[in-house]
Write a protein that binds this ligand. Structure first.
Ligand SMILES: Cc1cc2nc3c(=O)[nH]c(=O)nc-3n(C[C@H](O)[C@H](O)[C@H](O)COP(=O)(O)OP(=O)(O)OC[C@H]3O[C@@H](n4cnc5c(N)ncnc54)[C@H](O)[C@@H]3O)c2cc1C
Length: 462
């Protein structure tokens, strides 16, 4: 509902959370004076689409990653300043200092309500590097893309440092462009956020697609012609993509006195308001609550940033919308596989005081006789005391996203394993087997719970 407020709203950051919040605030309050400051030339773009654009720039053009242009924002009456940066905040005075990154001029932006949507930045370890070392790139933003795209177009051999989902998606896109790709991971196995089984399925998929994987090895230095690993082995490379994680962009908020949470990101309540009334934070710079444990978490994801931005956007112009927290639902693609997870792992659930058991099944994604049917590896974590669904992981060439979204919905709704086993899901041979993979897993989990509770040996499906 529109309110005649004239409220001065300032938003810092204009990608997912910032732009979503601006659009929501505009819809809700047509009279608010909304100013958005973004330090990049582009706004409202999909960073998630960057690897896909790099892999096939003709099919997924750069412009298609941009959901809203600056012109569109301005035509909605939003004072948008791109290539401007806020370098200081005075929360008492309600004022920000804004630097024009093109002209260098500084100005002041007064506000009644502030949204900090400064996102996250790629971690860039300071590897010792000679002057003639191959270029080191990161893939975090549209600005990074300007540097990455020409490098990728010409590099024949690319080393990717780090094996989280960004490293893996980038590795796939480089491979699709015909480069020789080696992934270097310091930990003993890839995909730190997923379990052993998912990691070994993905490792096999990488190998099948010609990606070399070196685990348990770190980068020692960058030298002419390539990378020197910490075991002194040399690895030829024309470019090095560093994808070892991100950290929240919180310096501006912290310097202004806004409290950070235990995760290191900005602490907010469920209205996305910080410890300073009228000052909100949303997106990758903010932490939230893991719904199942009630504990603070920092899980920087695009869908979360958009949902947080929507809540903050409404509340800054007088709304009272709540952000309900997250359960860590994620999916990414690796060549033909989709890899997805939600909720708690067995270890997380134990640490949080649940009494978890887990089970694993391999089930066909559709009726076995249908051409598109593929095996889906599915794991479930369930509380053995009350049968509550706690977590899931799915890996396969077909149906992993559907299975994980079903499990996520079950967790969100507090469903028990009996519900999941008997839930009325859609069936037709081209889309599902008679018993959907989640129902096969639920049935096995019921048996596992019975066996564990009776003290009998756990019988896994043959
Ligand atoms: C390669 C890649 C793939 C991804 N894939 C997925 C995916 O498949 N699914 C998913 O859910 N998520 C994915 N993500 C994560 C998702 O892109 C982020 O969670 C999302 O972009 C966060 O949005 P944000 O607005 O909070 O922050 P950001 O995107 O970090 O934007 C913050 C903006 O604020 C600017 N800024 C910072 N400080 C200032 C300042 N002082 N003044 C002005 N401007 C400032 C920054 O430069 C940036 O432009 C992916 C990310 C990457 C990099």
């Amino acid at each position: 509902m529109a309110r005649a407020s004239g409220t001065r709203v300032l938003i810092i950051g204009a990608v997912a959370a910032g732009s979503k919040a601006a659009a929501t605030a505009r819809r809700r309050d047509p009279t608010a004076h909304i100013t958005v400051i973004g330090d990049e030339p582009d706004i409202a773009y999909s960073a998630c689409g960057l690897p896909y654009h790099l892999g096939d720039p003709d099919a997924i053009a750069r412009e298609r990653l941009v959901a809203r242009t600056p012109e569109r924002f301005r035509s909605d009456g939003i004072d948008l300043r791109v290539r401007h940066q806020v370098d200081r905040l005075d929360l008492e005075a309600g004022e920000a200092r804004v630097i024009d990154l093109e002209g260098g001029r500084s100005s002041r932006a007064p506000f009644d309500r502030l949204l900090i949507a400064t996102g996250a930045q790629a971690i860039r370890p300071a590897f010792p590097a000679s002057a003639d070392a191959p270029p080191t790139i990161t893939l975090r933003s549209m600005t990074d893309l300007e540097r990455v795209a020409p490098v990728v177009a010409s590099a024949r051999r690319i080393v990717v440092v780090g094996s989280g989902y960004v490293g893996l998606e980038a590795a796939e896109s480089f491979r699709r462009r015909g480069a020789e790709v080696t992934i270097v991971e310091k930990l003993p196995r890839i995909l730190p956020a997923f379990g052993d089984e998912a990691a070994s399925l993905v490792a096999a998929e990488l190998a099948a697609n010609g990606v070399t994987l070196l685990v348990g090895r770190g980068v020692g230095a960058l030298e002419s012609g390539g990378v020197v690993l910490d075991d002194d082995r040399g690895l030829p490379a024309d470019a090095v993509l560093v994808a070892v994680g991100v950290r929240p962009n919180v310096a501006l908020a912290a310097e202004a006195g806004v409290a950070l949470g235990t995760t290191g990101a900005v602490a907010v309540d469920d209205r996305m308001e910080t410890d300073h009334p009228g000052v909100f934070a949303a997106g990758d710079c903010a932490e939230t609550v893991q719904r199942q444990t009630g504990r603070p978490v920092w899980i920087p994801l695009g869908d979360t940033a958009n949902r947080m931005g929507r809540v903050a956007g409404e509340n800054r112009v007088g709304g009272d919308r709540r952000f309900p927290g997250v359960i860590g639902t994620t999916v990414f693609g690796c060549f033909s596989l989709n890899v997805a997870r939600t909720g708690l792992t067995l270890a997380d659930a134990e640490a949080a005081g649940f009494a978890p058991v887990s089970c694993r099944v391999s089930a066909p994604s559709r009726a076995r006789y249908m051409p598109g049917s593929r095996p889906l590896e599915l794991g479930l974590v369930v509380d053995r005391r009350d049968g509550r669904v706690l977590g899931g992981v799915a890996v396969g060439a077909d149906g992993a996203d559907k299975a994980i979204d079903t499990i996520a919905t079950a967790i969100w709704g507090g469903l028990r394993i009996d519900d999941l086993a008997d839930i009325d899901l859609a069936y037709a041979p081209p889309v599902s087997p008679v018993f959907a993979p989640v129902q096969v897993a639920a049935e096995v989990a019921r048996g596992t719970i019975r066996s564990v509770n009776d003290g009998a040996p756990v019988v896994l499906p043959g």
